[in-house]
Design a protein around this ligand. Structure first.
Ligand code: UDP
Length: 327
């Protein structure tokens, strides 16, 4: 069985990627420092604890498992925190990625799938966001991801490192079997916070800003089901194995939903009221982020069949009621 090194494999998206990789016939080797990930989420292959900035540890893991590819999810990913503590983001995300890229090249592991973000596009009014759009990130999280994209380009030119970059829109939902799901400590994301508020695990949801230039005044996002998202990663890995070259793909559905629309859909799916209050804007938030590309469908053959808002909320709700991690 071919091994794939999955950095951040103990996190939300990385753990779903491990499940999808195993189902596709690869052995996912999780590399994670467990600062935001969960040991309990590593269920589909070996676990190697370590920090990306520890080159010696990375070299050991590459030598032990001889992975054919890297899927790089490990990152700090909270927009708000990236604005209040930018150094933490540049250090963890960028320094860690430099070390990882150098270790991969040294080990001769030349296929690389990278988890980037629509936050690299920034706040661009009336612009269709496709892979050729200019990137003007407005928060340190997005800026750190764009820097890693640039790094991949340079490592490709210098060493022939092949890469697929996925720019995610907003990831939601959970594994169909509720074996794994979204669980952050602290939680900052809209849908899990809303589900917590619905069943009284925390106080009312605060809507961050009601004066945006959108029809109902709240931010608009393009939500994609985590299982659809990780399917694209397996297709991206096959793309690289087939020698199809470096490529960037947006992963979104092209449909945008406002915060108020997500609240309304959550009420409909759970049949429960969503307690919420209206608050000020959160620093670093873009007004609207919606993918304007079908490249992943056309070129990779990606079929995001589960990414309807009701399905994503229903799957997240099922996980929310049954699953959590304790270590
Ligand atoms: N949001 C909100 N209240 C919250 C958390 C998020 O109103 O408690 C909004 C946030 O301003 C953004 C959207 O929900 O417009 C999605 O935010 P999230 O943090 O889930 O993802 P992001 O878009 O930052 O990656």
């Amino acid at each position: 069985m071919k091994s794939v090194l999955v950095t951040g494999g103990a996190g939300y998206i990385g753990s779903h990627a491990c499940k999808a990789l195993l189902a596709a016939g690869y052995l996912p080797v999780t590399f994670d420092n467990l600062t935001t990930g969960w040991r309990d989420a590593v269920k589909f292959g070996p676990f190697e604890q370590g920090d990306l900035r520890d080159r010696g540890r990375l070299d050991q893991v590459f030598a032990a498992h001889q992975p054919v590819a890297v899927m790089h999810f490990a990152a700090l990913s909270q927009v708000g925190e990236s604005m209040s503590d930018p150094g933490k983001y540049w250090n963890n995300n960028v320094s860690g990625s430099i070390c990882l890229l150098e270790a991969a090249v040294a080990a001769g592991c030349m296929e690389f799938v990278f988890s980037s973000t629509c936050a690299t596009y920034g706040d661009q009014d009336n612009v269709v966001l496709d892979e050729n759009s200019a990137q003007y990130p407005i928060n340190a999280y997005g800026a750190s991801k764009r820097a890693i994209e640039d790094m991949l380009h340079d490592f490709g030119a210098a060493f022939g490192l092949n890469h697929v970059i996925f720019r995610y829109f907003n990831v939601a939902g959970a594994d169909q079997d509720a074996e794994i799901g979204e669980f952050h400590q602290p939680e900052t994301h809209l849908i899990p916070l809303m589900l917590d508020a619905i069943d009284g695990k925390r106080a009312a949801l605060t809507i961050f800003g009601t004066d945006y230039p959108t029809p109902d005044g709240t931010c608009i996002r393009d939500y994609v089901h985590v299982c659809d998202l990780v399917d694209a990663h397996v297709l991206g890995l096959k793309w690289l194995e087939q020698g199809r070259g470096n490529r960037i793909f947006n992963l979104g559905t092209g449909s945008g939903f406002s915060v108020r629309e997500v609240i309304e859909q959550s009420r409909a799916v759970t049949n429960r009221e969503v307690p919420f209050v209206e608050g000020p804007r959160r620093a670093g938030d873009c007004t609207k982020l919606v993918s304007g590309s079908t490249r992943a469908e056309q070129e990779l053959g990606w079929a995001p069949t589960r990414s309807t808002l009701d399905k994503m909320i229903a799957d997240a709700w099922r996980w929310h009621q049954t699953g959590h991690y304790s270590d």
